[in-house]
Design a protein around this ligand. Structure first.
Ligand SMILES: O=C(O)CCC(=O)C(=O)O
Length: 403
């Protein structure tokens, strides 16, 4: 047994032969409350048996003998759109529309994000996750919060744990980034001087993602046939979360998940994955693999955008599997509206003949709080949210009026 110090709590690491033995238990937890677990992948990777907390039900898993086919998602070249080529922009919007009507997933190339910045972001992922567990735990996320370090989300859940470590931070598009660089400040506060460069890298990365997200919003508006600038303006002061994911190799890769099947509750997700592969999308009634492309960003529609499109566009159901031999990394940028903004479809969409409001007005903070306090995001988050929201808030009839 060894003892490590994390913040003010001490955690004993005990290793025995029982399947969950290398999950590190906090000895200070009371006997009546479940003990918080700590995911130390350097120990867990060598263990023959998968701790039961990481087991997923069969119907969520890809069996190893199952060879998934690659998803044939559109690869949208943004070059023509950016340079103002009208027919290239119209073609791009058409591709986006087809993808969003069927599964909510596409990739973008010629996006203008500098490849060196992406590489630098991956290098900083390594530096963060290579820190000793005690240091990582000192910046673990707070109960009910989203920012900070999390090992297998074991702080929040006790079953169906994902085989991954995450480090998340906020990027507020509303701030004047020059005067108040939120990411740099966050890195300084939790990681100190040694990580000032990392903070600057992620600050620039998030700024690039914001620019890209607004470009995609413009394209989405064109694809929906509404005012081209409506969504860009709505998301101009967006509130975003950036998450670095590290999926360690796993000997029992067929029994667990890196990220379980879910739709993102947020509006839009822009993800970069390394070359290992593991992201899968549910499309046309089956799971399909997403081929990594180093020069592309993966884009998927989330629940909030599905509501903004009045249910026309699909929120993308996806998951990530783990690899037996290789570690995998992904950089994920989640875009959401400013917390207090009312989410409703653009007027031109509702004024169409036969249009019926599918969802009531809500704010991102309503949905966010639901996913933090009441519900673990899955395929049915949006439906469950509205059930809960309508029964607890009783929005006025005018919010649901047919228009
Ligand atoms: O890493 C991936 O490919 C998927 C990540 C994801 O879905 C998430 O972090 O919510």
């Amino acid at each position: 047994m060894s003892l490590i110090m994390a913040d003010s709590i001490s955690i004993s690491i005990s290793i025995s032969s029982s399947p969950s033995s290398t999950l590190l238990l906090n000895p200070n937890a009371s006997p009546s409350s479940p003990q918080p677990l700590v995911f130390d992948s350097s120990l867990l990777q060598d263990q023959q048996t998968l701790p039961k907390e990481f087991l997923w039900p069969n119907n969520d898993l890809t069996r190893s003998e199952q060879q998934l086919e690659d998803l044939n998602e559109p690869i949208v070249d943004l070059g023509g759109f950016v340079s103002g080529n009208v027919s290239a922009a119209a073609r791009a919007a058409e591709l986006v529309r087809a993808a969003c009507l069927s599964h909510g997933f596409f990739q973008v190339t010629n996006h203008g994000v500098c490849p060196e910045l992406i590489e630098a972001a991956y290098r900083e992922v390594d530096r963060i996750f290579e820190l000793p567990i005690s240091r990582k735990l000192s910046m673990r996320r707070k109960p009910g919060g989203v920012i900070g370090y999390s090992g297998a989300h074991a702080d929040r859940y006790s079953a169906k744990l994902p085989w991954k470590e995450t480090f998340s931070f906020r990027f507020s598009g509303a701030d004047n980034v020059k005067e108040k660089p939120t990411v740099v400040e966050y890195f300084n506060s939790v990681l100190g001087e040694d990580f000032q460069y990392s903070g600057r890298v992620y600050q620039r990365y998030c700024e690039a993602m914001k620019e890209l997200s607004l470009m995609i919003m413009e394209l989405l508006a064109m694809s929906l046939g509404v005012d081209r600038f409506h969504l860009r303006e709505f998301f101009e002061d967006s509130s975003s979360i950036m998450r670095c994911n590290l999926y360690p190799p796993c000997r029992n890769e067929g029994l667990t998940m890196g990220t379980g099947p879910h739709c993102d509750p947020t509006s839009l997700t822009i993800l970069h994955q390394d070359q290992v592969g593991g992201l899968q999308v549910f499309a046309y009634g089956r799971w399909q693999a997403v081929k990594p492309r180093h020069n592309a960003f993966v884009v998927n529609i989330g629940d909030t955008f599905m509501a903004m499109s009045n249910g026309v566009y699909k929120s993308c159901l996806h998951r990530a599997v783990v690899n037996r031999e290789r570690e995998r990394k992904s950089l994920v940028y989640f875009v959401s509206p400013r917390e207090d903004k009312v989410v409703r479809p653009p007027p031109d969409l509702l004024l169409r003949e036969g249009a019926i409001r599918q969802y009531p007005d809500f704010t991102w903070s309503d949905l966010f709080n639901f996913t933090q306090s009441h519900y673990r995001a899955d395929v049915a988050t949006l439906e469950s949210f509205f059930e809960w929201f309508l029964s607890s808030n009783k929005p006025s009839k005018s919010n649901m009026a047919m228009t």
